[in-house]
Design a protein around this ligand. Structure first.
Ligand SMILES: [Zn+2]
Length: 653
């Protein structure tokens, strides 16, 4: 059962650690077995040089206090926020180790590729390690995303860190320093001890804090104060390949400030000393976001501030910010690991990511970042694609969370049959339903916001981790509103359909409906992602960047007209009804077929072969929207309306 998995894991985890700690102390006392020696008085020193970041190579030197004997050093494997063993070990190059003025040989473990064995000579009490991290220059789904362009860089310390195997990373003290290319500026939540202009030296902190505090840097960087004169400070550090994309409008700044105010109204407490949005605006990097306690690594389109459509459809900043409470402060027991080598368990990601997805869009709506029209279109699009997803028949929602570590890097091909990390979007539907149940049962006296305030709020604290189990979530919800929450979530997690859980929409006064007008949220996404969404008519999703070689089918929904005609992901559409294809022509063909009995003919290339596929479809274009339910209150607008005092429009920005 789901509720026992995390709980038993937590018990096993603490017992194992206790045994290991005892064994370690015993070995040290009796045999003088060496181990780490980093303490606040004698910290490790990690010097990182980003001078060559424009060439996509990060240089590092690590000075590590040690004692004589066998030592195992490890490179971070399980990356927080990525929920997967994605540490880019293949891109760690040039490793040399020396001590006492001599080079010391190292040997990689023959099973664990992330571990290096060293014999420290008797007279040596400090090792010097030098190595490089080589960042991909272009996006490659199977590798770490690019970390630099010619004009900017994002330093995630795990890419350039080795540490002794064994102790908790909370107990290892590191002093990091950083050298940047001349003229570059930076932003980070990592406390700075001194900044000489050439080199930034950070304060001694646990290795966990270093890894949790990436640095953004670039030739063009702009700071935007989101809580002027208030404590703790909130700042956007935006970098781009040039100055133009950094020009946020006063309205956008107002919305971002309102977002900070809305999180205060929702949670009632903050668990950070400062909060820094490290915002990369570059089309050279794939859109991405990774959460941290006191910051987030937010990567989005270069025109995020310049194209209101991109700003309005994005819940990136509100999502990652929400994680400071849900994911970093409160964390599922299976994800609260003591170091970066212990495997993570994703079974409660439907809370960690699902509730964050719900509040990510909800807070964006409350802050005015996402207009209500777009918010409803987002919900319609989400509900429709999940409702139509045949993968549900073999894989339940729980399995998408449990299997998270293998799902993030998989391609969209066959995605509707495979299912993906659906605990994000389906989490939105499930938590919306939970919200409406609390409101209904309490006679509108309570809501899911009360659960958030109770579970994630409390007193203001610096960063810390308070783990939770399934039972804790059920208990906390029952304290807000008595209900069979265990049964509710178990049903939602283990259901095989048919269809997605749409009761939350119904309870909030809306229903899913289809028209021939494109969904506005999907349309903005289509343009940004160069996709053509015909899932609800032909059963096709296409990638269409416009080039001869780039266009291809991303997915074909099983049992759809496209599937019945024989089309499959990976094929290239060449022509529609005998004429070279483009997205508008295909949409036009679908519309015309509505008044015809003739099939739509697609000429497609499958490897070296061409074939005409006949799609017997006459239902016209179909795109999802929300329609109000007659006689029902519009609870959705009530949930999404501004809760904090309105922040004024900045005078100049
Ligand atoms: Zn997330």
């Amino acid at each position: 059962m789901v509720r026992f998995r995390g709980f038993q894991g937590a018990l096993l985890f603490s017992r194992t650690n206790a045994y290991l700690s005892f064994l370690l102390i015993f070995l040290i006392v009796v045999f003088g077995i060496p181990c780490f020696a980093q303490t606040a008085q004698n910290p490790a020193r990690l010097d990182v040089d980003l001078s060559d970041a424009p060439r996509h190579i990060f240089h590092a030197k690590l000075t590590l206090p040690v004692s004589a004997g066998a030592l195992t050093l490890v490179y971070p494997k399980w990356i927080p926020g990525e929920h997967s063993p994605t540490g880019p070990i293949g891109d760690l190059v040039g490793l040399k180790i020396s001590g006492g003025g001599r080079e010391i040989p190292w040997r990689r473990d023959d099973v664990d590729m992330f571990a290096f064995h060293v014999d420290v000579p008797k007279s040596v009490n400090s090792l010097e390690l030098s190595y490089d991290y080589v960042s991909p220059a272009e996006n490659d789904r199977m590798r770490e995303p690019p970390s630099s362009t010619a004009k900017l860089a994002i330093l995630n310390w795990y890419m350039v860190t080795l540490y002794p195997q064994g102790p908790k990373t909370d107990d290892l003290v590191y002093v990091a320093t950083l050298r940047l290319p001349p003229g570059w500026k930076y932003g980070t939540a990592l406390p700075v001890a001194k900044d000489s202009g050439d080199v930034i030296e950070f304060a001694p902190v646990p290795l966990t804090t270093v890894i949790d505090s990436p640095v953004i840097a670039g030739a063009c960087l702009r700071d935007i104060d989101l809580s002027p004169g208030e404590t703790p400070p909130h700042t956007v550090h935006a970098v781009a390949d040039g100055p133009a994309p950094l020009q946020a409008t006063p309205t956008e700044v107002q919305h971002l400030r309102q977002l900070v105010a809305e999180t205060g109204a929702l949670f009632g407490a903050r668990h950070y000393r400062r909060y820094d949005f490290l915002l990369t605006l570059s089309d050279r990097m794939p859109p991405d976001g990774v959460e941290h306690h006191e910051s987030s690594d937010d990567r989005t389109e270069e025109n995020y501030f310049l194209d209101s459509g991109l700003f309005e459809r994005s819940e990136l900043l509100s999502h990652e910010f929400t994680h400071s409470w849900n994911g970093k402060y409160r964390r599922p027991a299976g994800l609260a690991t003591p170091d970066y080598q212990t495997p993570m368990k994703g079974d409660l990601l439907w809370v960690y990511e699902g509730l964050t997805q719900y509040y990510g869009v909800m807070l964006a709506a409350r802050a005015g970042m996402m207009p209500m029209t777009i918010f409803r279109e987002y919900l319609a699009s989400t509900a429709a694609y999940l409702n139509d997803r045949p993968g549900r028949t073999w894989r339940d929602l729980q399995d998408t969370a449990t299997a998270a570590q293998i799902l993030y890097s998989l391609p969209p091909e066959w995605g509707s049959w495979r299912r993906s990390i659906d605990y994000y979007d389906e989490g939105t539907l499930v938590w919306l339903e939970a919200d409406t149940i609390i409101r209904k049962k309490s006679g509108d006296k309570k809501s899911l916001d009360d659960f958030c305030r109770s579970f994630y709020g409390g007193a203001n604290t610096p960063p810390k981790v308070v783990p939770y189990t399934f039972d804790d979530v059920v208990t906390a919800l029952n304290q807000i509103q008595s209900y069979d929450w265990r049964g509710f979530f178990t049903t939602r997690l283990e259901s095989h359909g048919p269809g997605a859980p749409l009761e939350g929409l119904d309870n909030s006064g809306w229903k899913l409906a289809f028209t021939d007008v494109q969904n506005e949220y999907e349309h903005i996404a289509e343009v940004a992602d160069q996709e053509v969404e015909l899932q609800f008519s032909l059963g096709l999703l296409l990638h269409a960047p416009g080039g001869e070689d780039g266009d291809h089918i991303l997915d074909v929904i099983p049992n759809s007209p496209a599937a019945k005609a024989g089309l499959a992901p990976g094929m290239r559409v060449v022509a529609v009804n005998g004429r070279r294809w483009n997205p508008d022509m295909l949409r036009d063909a679908i519309a015309r077929a509505k008044n015809s009995t003739e099939p739509i003919e697609l000429l497609a290339q499958n490897g070296d072969f061409y074939q005409t596929y006949k799609l017997d479809y006459h239902g016209g274009e179909r795109y999802p929207h929300l329609e109000p339910l007659n006689g029902k209150t519009d609870l959705l607008s009530e949930i999404a309306k501004m809760k904090a005092a309105a922040v004024p429009l900045p005078k100049t920005d």
